[in-house]
Design a protein around this ligand. Structure first.
Ligand code: HPA
Length: 271
């Protein structure tokens, strides 16, 4: 894998020159507008990046955006890759490897998620404080490349307490309500049955989605500090499970993303 990482990194460096991003950002479904806040943009479409998979989902446009946000140098992925698209865990997480090789120290992730916590409302902003990997596999399975990270990865603080505390401060300072919770990641592409939502709540998850967990595992393997936020776009709360579509998810995510952007921008400026 190192060979591909090196060749992709080299090709990107030819475009960005001396620019060294400090923070990587992965934008979830309906959450691509955060990228509008990036100043002095240099955009590279995924199809121009060697070894990058192509995004196949509506709401994920598929480009890397380099520039400045909150006074910091960032690289944002507008459009991510999902296991349900048929990619391997290694393909999904390849961009994290590349962003690490380009120099990032922190990874910020956002996603749209279903909420099981009965205290949640549609549109809720949830700071992810932990996750449960319910994918049938793990991106670190296979021969370990010690140059990329250790064989066995500590996941005791997958989501940085320091960054969570900065985010709580940013939310309070801007009058934005946020909660915290555990994100369960599973394959999709089906949304959950009522029994599955009930099960996810019982095993300790507050929210569920089809992404994020693979990227965060690889980020921790790479030694990155991680911050994540979910927008709760629909509810899987017993007695309140309503029909959900991808369009509903995008609509709610779009409506709430300004608030998420304010928080992320402030945390990025301080991290
Ligand atoms: N389940 C899984 N993924 C999701 C959901 C959900 O309810 N909402 C948005 N992404």
């Amino acid at each position: 894998m190192s060979v591909e990482i090196n060749s992709t990194t080299k090709s990107i460096r030819e475009r960005i020159g001396e620019f060294v991003p400090e923070t990587g950002i992965i934008l979830g479904s309906g959450l691509g507008a955060l990228a509008n806040e990036i100043e002095e943009q240099l955009v590279i479409p995924y199809e121009q990046i060697p070894h990058f998979p192509q995004s196949t989902v509506k709401g994920h446009s598929g480009q890397l955006i380099f520039g400045k946000m909150g006074g910091r140098k960032v690289v944002a992925m507008q459009g991510r890759f999902h296991f349900y698209e048929g990619y391997s865990m290694q393909q999904i997480t390849f961009p994290v490897r590349v962003m690490k090789a380009l120099g990032i120290k922190h990874l910020f992730v956002s996603n749209a998620a279903g909420g099981m916590n009965p205290g949640f409302r549609v549109g809720e902003l949830m700071i992810i404080n932990d996750h449960i990997n319910l994918f049938p596999t793990n991106p670190l399975i296979g021969k370990n490349d010690d140059a990329l990270g250790p064989r066995f990865v500590d996941m005791g603080e997958a989501y940085s307490k320091r960054l969570i505390s900065l985010a709580e401060g940013a939310a309070a300072a801007n009058g934005i309500e946020v909660s915290q919770g555990v994100y369960a990641g599973l394959t999709g592409p089906c949304f959950e049955t009522p029994a599955e939502y009930r099960y996810l709540w019982r095993i300790g998850a507050d929210a569920v989605g089809m992404s994020t967990v693979p990227e965060v595992i690889v980020a921790k393997h790479s030694g990155l500090e991680v911050f994540g936020m979910s927008i709760i776009t629909d509810l899987g709360v017993e007695g309140h499970v309503e029909k959900v579509s991808h369009e509903d998810v995008l609509r709610v995510a779009n409506a709430q993303e300004k608030k998420l952007t304010v928080i992320m921008k402030e945390v990025i400026s301080k991290c």
